[in-house]
Design a binder for this molecule. Sequence first.
Ligand code: CDP
Ligand code: MG
Length: 140
Amino acid sequence: MTIERTFSMIKPDATERNLSGDINSMIEHAGFKIIAQKKIRITLEQAQKFYDVHKEKPFYNDLCNFISSGPVVIQVLEKENAISDYRKLMGATNPEQAEAGTIRKKYAISIDQNSIHGSDGIETAQREISFFFSDIEIVG
Ligand code: CDP
Ligand code: MG
């Protein structure tokens, strides 16, 4: 097991419902350290670039519009095995398939308004952290 960092984003449906604190509580109780965090508004252009891996998918436009529709909380999380452990804590993309005890099971509204994003691999985590946190030194 190695200490890893992963990128997390609390999506607009969750900030709108004042769930950032509750979600952070789940994150911290699961053993993650929130080593960087900011609340921002993502522009449509940033959303398109951030999600460009999905640009051929039918949900791409709606996804980019949604992510830029309200404030988000972006975070860097640190823990042993952070990347795959955070995917487990998030739960399945579709909350109907998410397991009990996961963030999406508890809070997601639907497959598109699913409250939380987390990196899906080591390279994605590095890309996503530097996409949003290149301007600050993360001290941990
Ligand atoms: O977020 P996750 O990695 O679990 O799923 P993804 O397959 O990478 O898709 C990225 C995001 O696109 C999802 O979290 C959903 O918000 C959205 N999506 C959607 O709106 N409809 C789908 N059929 C699949 C994904
Ligand atoms: Mg993904």
